[in-house]
Write a protein that binds this ligand. Structure first.
Ligand code: ADP
Ligand code: ZN
Ligand code: ZN
Length: 748
């Protein structure tokens, strides 16, 4: 028999199958999905590969498979193949997402070791041991104490014996040597939830709306049927309770569940709700802060069927669950479900594929659904809409006020804080209540320009403005991390009229200290969140009342629940509105609605103040009213008129090169092939152009934008296009294709 294998490599040329002979003695062990080691290339080293097909014979002269290990299932291989086509990447890159973390290395010694401990068992029947004691063969008191202890506590550790019998390790060893006791190696799991103690909770009695939603989804679990649902309801409307009860149903039927949440929402509080309902043994958590050992062990607990509920960020969709019963994606509008690195997969699409194959429901949930999701639910019947219209615990929505910054300026207020926001902060400080201030830019000044000649200070590696960071007193590039000293005179004209414009979180913090000298603040942005768990630490400090005001970027928007926060200030709602991306208004609406949801969730009434230069913009207006549907109606009409998703897909062929001549040549060739092979009626192909940020880390960036509805034929054509370009071996140029990327500007 012959195996077709995919070599573990990101080299584009190796994204195809190679034939290997399956030696007779391995025939019963090699299946589709098996991980194998094979001799490859001129060097005699063995390469790791996965079997993706098995056939009778090969037309080539082939070598033997050297070694087999368990790998993936044939279903996973099928999914990897599907993903590789759809997301224009190597099959091996997709396989990697599905492999047990820490096992992807040829050198077995470097792999994650099972963490083992030695535990002690009796080696003989206790009757036999009793006989030896009575007959005086065992005389020592201590030995007898130990034997009695182990009889009652088989599987204990040596330190436990030492502690409870007050004997030393030496005596245990003697008993082992005399064959009364034996040591057994046992795997222990590094369960990241181990230190947690949480009171248990019961299912709540569902409201009518919750029950209706529950029943619809439950029915598909019962009938083993694929269906996609959208659970649409404001924060606090009881979506999570519906998830919990559906999961409960699934595991009672011996099925399992995958729950995806945005990484940043995966907080201890959030996990506590699941643990309190199901207990930590049944739950596996997967996120990027786990050590590779922890991720390895979680993966094994899932594979073994011990953990039936997987909660995790994007890549948890690949968890090796058995007998999957439901997939839930919370905050489905969140952009983190789409990977920006290769494979550039969208976890929602992968979830849909898995749910279809497994004939199970896929439940999406959000207070501000992705426009495309809502469109598919409302107008296309592709998704079943389930609505929760009331807040489950009757807490009130906060009062939202919009401040026109143009008016503030006209009144002579040049500070970052409008009059209203200033007074509200002052009042909150007096009342000993907490405030969150949100500004989506970090650093101090985001733009440095010479007033005399117009020169702006840019990164020497990237075509992008440097940001001034006041705490380190340095200029930093937010794209490549390059730093330099402050500029005092203009390098262009020598003038000293260098001015710093734009505001970031550091400037805001200093301004708050200036205006409220007694206020204690905590800042949370990429610059303050660095160490493991530090994100958590900052939020806990704030929650424990160690500061009056939390100042932060996007990071403060999600997850946490702060009972004492009654005021939220949005410093500049326009910062996300002015980005050159068709989703700018959608993102602004989502962020503002979410930030607003931070205020006054308990019994204290909340207040939100949004400062803006465009107070009449409909995304800001509707965020004020917390009216998703009105926002949706306006935005979807605009998308239709301008032909943007969901009315078409946006495909970006991206080029990235240190060689400017080559990048032009390659992108022009790509354009030629695309225009020749794609249907010009269906697809609008724009000429190659430099990207909005046309240089990052000394690499030029160009792109071709294509608008149209992606289909199988176009997918095929574009895969062919890539193959043609790869075959030409442009050494300096990287080519990628991304469908509906998160960010049109290619921000990171
Ligand atoms: P969401 O996930 O939509 O934000 P949650 O499920 O977290 O909403 O519910 C918000 C609050 O309401 C929680 O404190 C939850 O315990 C409570 N809650 C949810 N459903 C019910 C219910 N049926 N009866 C009573 N309280 C409920
Ligand atoms: Zn100048
Ligand atoms: Zn840079």
């Amino acid at each position: 028999m012959v195996a077709e294998v995919i070599i573990n490599s990101t080299a584009k040329k190796l994204n195809r199958t190679f034939d290997y002979n399956i030696p007779k003695e391995l025939e019963d062990m090699v299946f589709i999905g098996s991980k194998v080691l094979v001799p490859f290339g001129r060097f005699k080293t063995l390469e790791e590969a996965h079997v993706v097909g098995i056939k009778q014979s090969s037309e080539f002269e082939i070598k033997d498979i050297a070694k087999v290990e368990t790998g993936l299932t044939d279903k996973q291989i099928e999914l990897a193949n599907w993903m590789a086509k759809r997301y224009f990447c190597n099959v091996s890159e997709c396989i990697k997402l599905m492999q047990t973390p820490g096992t992807r290395t040829k050198n077995v010694n470097n792999r994650i070791q099972e963490k083992k401990i030695n535990v002690v068992y009796l080696k003989k029947d206790f009757d036999e041991i009793s006989f030896d004691i009575e007959s005086g063969k065992i005389k020592s008191d201590k030995q007898i104490r130990i034997l009695n202890f182990v009889k009652d506590n088989e599987g204990c550790t040596i330190p436990e014996i030492e502690a409870f019998t007050d004997c030393t390790r030496a005596i245990v060893n003697t008993l082992i040597k005399n064959e009364y006791l034996e040591l057994v190696e046992k795997n222990i799991e590094r369960n990241p939830l181990n230190s947690k103690k949480v009171d248990s909770t019961q299912n709540l009695k569902l409201t009518d709306e919750q029950e209706k939603a529950f029943n619809k989804v439950a029915e598909t679990i019962d009938n083993n049927k694929y269906e996609q649902f959208l659970l649409y309801g404001v924060t606090g409307s009881g979506k999570t309770e519906v998830y919990l009860q559906l999961i409960d149903k699934a595991i009672k039927e011996n099925k399992s569940a995958i729950v995806l949440v945005p990484e940043i929402s995966l907080t201890p509080q959030m996990l506590d709700r699941f643990i309190s309902r199901f207990g930590k043994e049944k739950i596996a958590v997967l996120h990027s802060k786990l050590s590779i050992g922890e991720r390895h062990d979680e993966w094994e607990r899932i594979k073994d069927g011990k953990a039936k509920i997987v909660i995790g960020a994007r890549s948890a969709i690949f968890a090796p669950v058995q007998n999957l019963g439901i997939i839930i994606i919370d905050e489905e509008h969140d952009s983190s479900y789409k990977s920006e690195a290769s494979p550039k997969y969208n976890a929602k699409e992968v979830a849909k594929k898995i749910a279809k194959e497994a004939k199970i429901p896929l439940l999406l949930g959000s207070a501000t659904p992705d426009l495309t999701t809502f469109y598919n639910a409302k107008e296309c019947n592709k998704i079943t809409l389930l609505e929760l219209t009331k807040r489950a615990n009757n807490s009130n929505l906060p009062k939202v006020e919009i401040v026109d910054l143009k008016q503030e300026l006209a009144n002579g207020n040049r500070s970052m804080l409008s009059n209203d926001l200033y007074q509200a902060i002052e009042q909150n400080l007096k009342d000993k209540l907490q405030t969150i201030l949100f500004l989506n830019r970090r650093g101090y000044s985001t733009f440095i320009m010479c007033r005399n000649c117009g020169y702006t200070v840019k990164c020497k590696n990237c075509n992008i403005s440097m940001t001034y960071h006041s705490y380190e007193n340095k200029l930093k590039c937010h794209y490549c991390g390059y730093e330099e000293k402050l500029v005092k005179t203009c390098p262009e004209c020598g003038s000293d009229k260098i001015r710093y414009f734009g505001t970031g979180t550091q400037k805001l913090e200093q301004e708050i200290h200036k205006q409220f000298s007694q206020a204690k603040t905590i800042r949370m942005d990429v610059d303050t969140v660095t160490k493991k768990n530090s994100h958590e630490e900052i939020l806990n400090k704030f929650k424990n009342g160690e500061a009056d005001i939390l100042i932060g970027t996007q990071m403060v928007v999600k997850g946490h629940h702060f009972p004492k926060v009654t005021l939220v200030g949005v410093i500049a709602a326009d910062s996300s509105l002015n980005i050159d991306d068709y989703r700018a208004t959608e993102r602004t609406f989502q962020i503002l609605t979410q930030v607003a949801g931070r205020a006054g969730r308990e019994n204290l009434p909340g207040k939100v103040i949004i400062q803006s230069y465009n107070p009449e913009n409909f995304s800001i207006q509707n965020a004020q009213k917390q009216n998703y549907e009105e926002f949706y109606e306006t935005e979807i009409a605009l998308r239709k008129q301008l032909k943007y998703p969901p009315f078409c897909d946006i495909i970006i062929i991206g080029f990235n090169s240190i060689n400017e001549e080559e990048i032009k040549k390659v992108s022009n060739l790509a354009y030629e092939i695309a225009t020749k092979n794609l249907d010009n009626e269906e697809f609008k192909i724009f000429k190659p152009m430099p990207s909005p940020i046309d240089k990052i880390q000394n690499k030029f960036r160009w792109r071709i934008i294509i608008k149209g509805n992606m289909n199988e034929k176009a997918n095929e054509t574009l895969n062919e296009l890539l193959k043609t370009l790869y075959a030409k071996d442009y050494k300096n140029t990287k080519i990628t294709i991304d469908v509906n990327p998160n960010n049109m500007v290619w921000l990171r």
